[in-house]
Write a protein of this length. Structure first.
Length: 255
């Protein structure tokens, strides 16, 4: 696959408790080892040979982050994550593929992105990273991220997605529905219709069946990329996650 463009979603505000812990109400500016989260994400993408232009969508305060000076576009955030995503895509006007990633994760790495992008099927309009839940827990013991149980395994997904540019107009409605439902597994499951969620609940569905069902509803080819890096699952946006990351890092430094 040729180099893709990338959109970093860096909007959003912290709860008062999280703002007190981190010293900032802006989630993208949470600090990790002296650098804001958004800079970790940006630098991971900038160093990738698979990534061309990078657009960052977020608050005006990001313009003061010197580490983001090389970004191709800094786009003012909108009122919703959906509006932020389409603002980034509309500004970039990608000609091939577009990688969309959140930035509330300081562990994102160039190696993780390179692996995902190099293995994403060229014939997929949408590619999404997943891995076995056990592999995630091997890397992040005790993490409480919620997996999905299927007939062919227990899986967990990442916080990025690769989209073929010509599919974006077709996908706008589906993307909006997914983002509006992202906080609820039940709502997400119901996007697959009334009967298919029952197969999920009974653990009768398989990965190929999910891919086929999503492709049918979205109107474009959807494929999972298996065995991706566990760091894609990390999402630090509340005090529990913040404390877990600090404990995990302390343990990693001792090992």
């Amino acid at each position: 696959m040729n180099a893709c463009d990338a959109v970093i979603l860096a909007g959003g505000r912290a709860t008062p408790e999280m703002a007190a812990k981190t010293g900032t109400p802006i989630r993208a500016l949470f600090a990790w080892e002296g650098r804001p989260y958004v800079q970790w994400a940006y630098e991971a993408l900038r160093a990738s040979a698979h990534v061309d232009r990078i657009a960052i969508v977020g608050p005006d305060g990001l313009r003061d982050v010197l580490g983001l000076a090389g970004a191709d576009l800094l786009i003012p955030e909108r009122d919703t994550i959906t509006a932020n995503l389409f603002a980034g895509l509309d500004a970039l006007q990608p000609g091939g593929h577009a990688l969309i990633t959140a930035c509330d994760n300081p562990l994102l790495s160039t190696a993780a992105f390179d692996d995902f992008l190099s293995r994403a099927p060229s014939d997929a309009a949408v590619a999404y990273p997943i891995l076995e839940h056990a592999c995630f827990l091997d890397r992040f013991p005790g993490a409480t991220n919620t997996p999905i149980h299927l007939r062919d395994g227990c899986w967990i997904g990442g916080d990025c997605v690769l989209i073929e540019a010509t599919a974006i107009p077709t996908l706008r409605s589906s993307i909006t529905q997914v983002l509006d439902s992202r906080k609820s597994l039940i709502k997400m499951a119901l996007l697959l219709g009334l009967r298919f969620p029952l197969r999920l609940a009974l653990r009768r569905a398989t990965i190929p069946e999910v891919e086929q069902r999503v492709s049918s509803i979205a109107g474009v080819s959807f494929q999972f990329v298996r065995d991706c890096d566990p760091v894609f699952v990390v999402d630090i946006d509340d005090p529990v996650d913040w404390d877990y990351l600090a404990q995990w890092q302390a343990g990693a430094n001792c090992s």
